[in-house]
Design a protein around this ligand. Sequence first.
Ligand code: HT7
Ligand code: ZN
Length: 876
Amino acid sequence: GQIVNLADYRPTDFVLERVDLTFELDPTNTKVEARLIFHRREGVDPSAPLVLDGDELNLSGLLFDQNEVPASQYDVTPESLTIRDLPAETPFEITVTTYINPEANTQLMGLYRTNGVYCTQCEAEGFRRITYFPDRPDVLAPYTITIIGDKAANPVMLSNGNFLGGAGYDEGRAFAAWFDPHPKPSYLFALVAGDLGVVEDTFETMSGNEVALKIYVEHGKEARAAYAMDALKRSMKWDEERFGREYDLNIFQIVAVSDFNMGAMENKGLNVFNDKYVLADPETATDQDYANIEAIIAHEYFHNWTGNRITCRDWFQLCLKEGLTVFRDHEFSADMRSRAVKRIAEVRHLKSEQFPEDAGPLAHPVRPTKYREINNFYTTTVYQKGSEVTRMISTLLGQDGFKSGMDLYFERHDGQAVTVEDYVKCFEDSAGRDLKQFSLWYSQAGTPLVTASSEYDQASGTFTLSLEQMVPATPGQPDKLPMHIPLSFSLISDNGAAATPSSVTGGEVTGEVLHLTERNQIFVFKGISSRPVLSLNRGFSAPINLQFNQSAADLAHIARHDTDLFARWQALTDLSIPNLTQAARDARDGKEITCDPALIAAILEAAGDDTLEPAFRSQVLTLPSEADIGRELGGNNDPDAIRTGRQAIISAIATAGAQTFARLFDDMQTDGAYSPDAENAGKRALRSSALAYLTYAEATPARAAGAFAAADNMTDQMSALTLLAHHFPDAPETAKALDTFLTRFDGNALVIDKWFSVQATIPGAGALDRVKALMENPRFIAGNPNRVRSLIGTFAFGNPTGFNRRDGEGYKFLAERILEIDPKNPQLAARILTSMRSWRSLEPQRADAARDALMTIERTPTLSTDVRDIVERMLK
Ligand code: HT7
Ligand code: ZN
């Protein structure tokens, strides 16, 4: 676990021309023969050795141009292979033979087995667990792959690129050969072999090429891949229409596996997916599951251009492919669904995941400058904030300007491994605009705080806006420069119409965007005939914390009139926050909790407005989460008080709105058979919000139990079950529903994950014993990442009162689990441990207990680099 620095980057001494891999599959002893053609890069010292990466490897054979390499000419360890005395100019061939054990690979990196299927995961540095190789993203080559394996056990044998052929090989064995003509880095290599079912379709690209589409799943699950196939075809079409990007092989394959560390992987022409993001039918998947499948299928497909055709020079540039591809999948989902509702979901996610990361000990820039374990940098900052940075470029340049920059990027860098600077330069060159200050978004960590105040002078018709920006200190970055912050705005008049100023001074303004570039800046709007209400950072044009003390009346005005639905939701959120934080303080101090009637009125007005789309109204009814309130409080947090306060506010809304909710519960019925489309999903979401408020008002499980029994799809069933479990954990209705659910879905892993999650999130101190008991359930499979996440991960990330028990037992429990998981799957352990990243904002008793638990982990000598890196940064 040494530290890698961006500043130390240099290209390899040898250029890799071609890769030819042969796998002889065996569950415990797979032979890998890698033939690699290299030549020395021009100008490189002729005595420089070739150094290849390995990880837990055993060298079994080494040839130079087909002749054995004498032992004196090389050094080998499990982590590297160094070969000396190689030619100065001519290309040469190195053949490396290794034997690996897929069955014993519990890390799920490199070649492993899942449910009897061979499968690979090579990003970021998994390829070096297969063979010695220059395992870095700037080494690109075409690959030929031959797979030999037991015929009966492996009727399916897949790799990247186009299929060359296959047949019987010898007694009982078969082979398949694949060729990927597109030069690619090793992290995009994939191999899958086993006995799988397949769903097939075709897609005709914009220039008339027919592409075979195949989705492989476990036998019997084929019907559940139909939605994923549909999402794939829509993604392919959308990338042609929106970005002019066409698919470039004659086959595109997806394989769904049940053991996977992340969501999915964009291997060239052969995406491997966590089956959670492929399999869906109305009985077993929720509307959210369908939306996730659509987004992740699109995300991985979009990587074909942003990531694969143009890849990263080094892992510091990860946001180059991830941030950009998230932006692309967000835009795709916005086009497929309601743009405003999609944006609300994105911003909720950004605030609840990325903002805490940026405000805590794990904060790092969108483009980090050093890492100890790259796996720990697949973060919400790189992905989500990275996407927001690209969104801001689009805001700065406008849609057409952004498109021109992207066109230039594809034209200039196709086939290359590039940097963030290369990417930004394309926008600078195409738009003729200097983005130097803007680029601070890539290098400065921390969420900028913008403080706004405004004044209106009736006599001169002048509206004055004073802005101040401050970027908080983050680990390793005590001082920050002012950033370029694009703030979308609207001035809303009394009658709700937008007021157009005759002039604006004080800084650059393009269209409806103010450019805040100084620490302090005053914008003056002239020609405003009556006091306007300013709606600022509309659409969340910049990922900032905005402090703008607007009155409840002004926020209600925005909530009623802004033409940007997102801004309306934002105003309601801003209206609710002071109520929720005050309620938490009052709960802590044992005071009576009250709720501003203006908040209740504004929420009920939006919720009951039939001219607004149901999905939006459901978002309005979903108040900021307990974690959101904790973030707003900023420190000394008591999760129990936060929950008590929030519950009281919800109850006040529920009581005042009982009639509205009863009407919505009756009205929001979907007709006909279940369809996962956004409109129907929106109705279900609003009905479920209404059910939740009615349950608060009525304080009995009857209505939720009725809804559970009546549900004919997983969305309705899960929302009723969650209500029952969370509000009436000890009621017989809840026990009965949990039992019915279990009996009905036993054996369906993805649904059983939900059964674990819903119980892991039952609030209160009793959660820990429940989770411990569930770990004893035979259905709890400690080696399956989805199952571990559904119980342990969900408890730690999604149950603030249960996990943060005042006595610290939740943290102790998590530390024990981390130490158990770490030796088998360090990536999974490290990720779950990040659930404690905000431990310093807890009140002292809890914070002390959290620190003790972290120190117990830190003191363990055998920690993986993954967990050691996280725990040490969290304690620093
Ligand atoms: N690019 C993929 C990242 C990924 C990954 C990283 C580390 C370890 C395992 C992994 N599986 C997938 C996913 C994506 O962003 O598309
Ligand atoms: Zn990605």
